[in-house]
Design a protein around this ligand. Sequence first.
Ligand code: GLP
Length: 235
Amino acid sequence: TKLPTLMFRTPAEADRHVALVVESLIRENNSAGVPTVLGLPTGSTPIGVYRELIRLHKEEDLDFSQVITFNLDEYFPMQPDSIHSYNRWMRANFFDHVNIPEENIHIPRGDIPVEEIDAFCEEYERQIEKAGGIQLQLLGIGRTGHIAFNEPGSSRNSLTRGVTLDPQTRRDAASSFFGAENVPHHAVTMGVGTILSARKIILMALGEHKASIVRKAVEGEVTEEVTASFLQKHP
Ligand code: GLP
C-alpha cells in the first residue's frame, strides 16, 4: 500500500495544511453538534500547528468547547508541573490558549506509583473508547522511528502502557533535560494499536534530518490511513 505523502516547501505551509484539516473537522462536528476527538503529540514538530490553531481560535472564532483530547505520552516518573513534563508543555503551548474544557483533556500520568501504571493505562484506553475513539491523530516521529514512545520492537497491537526508552531517544532529549543523565528511563505511552485505531492519522516530519526516518517508515509496513507529511528544509 502506498501512503499518501504530501511535501511542502516550508514548515509554515505544512503547519497551515494540517491546521486546516483539524479546523475543518472541528467546524463540521460543531455544526453537527457532535464532539471532536483529537489525539495530540508534543515535540518541536507540532508547535506550528498549535500556533495556527490558537490563531484560528482567537481571530477566526474556532470553538474548541466540544473538543476532547488524548495526548500520546508522558515521561515516567514525571510531575505534571515539572518544566520537563509533556503535561506542562501542552498547557503552555496549546491548552492555555484555547477553550477546551479541562475535563476533556487527557494526558498520560507520570506522577502515579509504578504499581498503578497498568490500571491507569487500561482506564486511558477505556476513556478513548468512551469518547467514541480518536477521529484525528496527529503524530511526529522520533529518531529511532518511534511514534509516541513506541520504540522499535513495539508490537502492532500494543496498547497504552509503561515503556523503557531507547538510549538514542534519551540522548535526543538530553538538551531539554540539561544532560542525558536527567532524562527518565521510562514513559507511559499510547500503543501502536491505540494509534492505528484512530480514524485518520497525520504524521508530520519537518527538516532534512527526518527524511531518512520517514522514508523507512513509508517503505515499511504501514497503513493506508497514515498520511506522511514529509518536508525538506532545502528542497
Ligand atoms: C518525543 C515524543 C514523540 C515525538 C518525538 C519527536 O520522543 N515522545 O511523540 O514525535 O519526540 O520530537 P520532535 O518533534 O521534537 O522531533
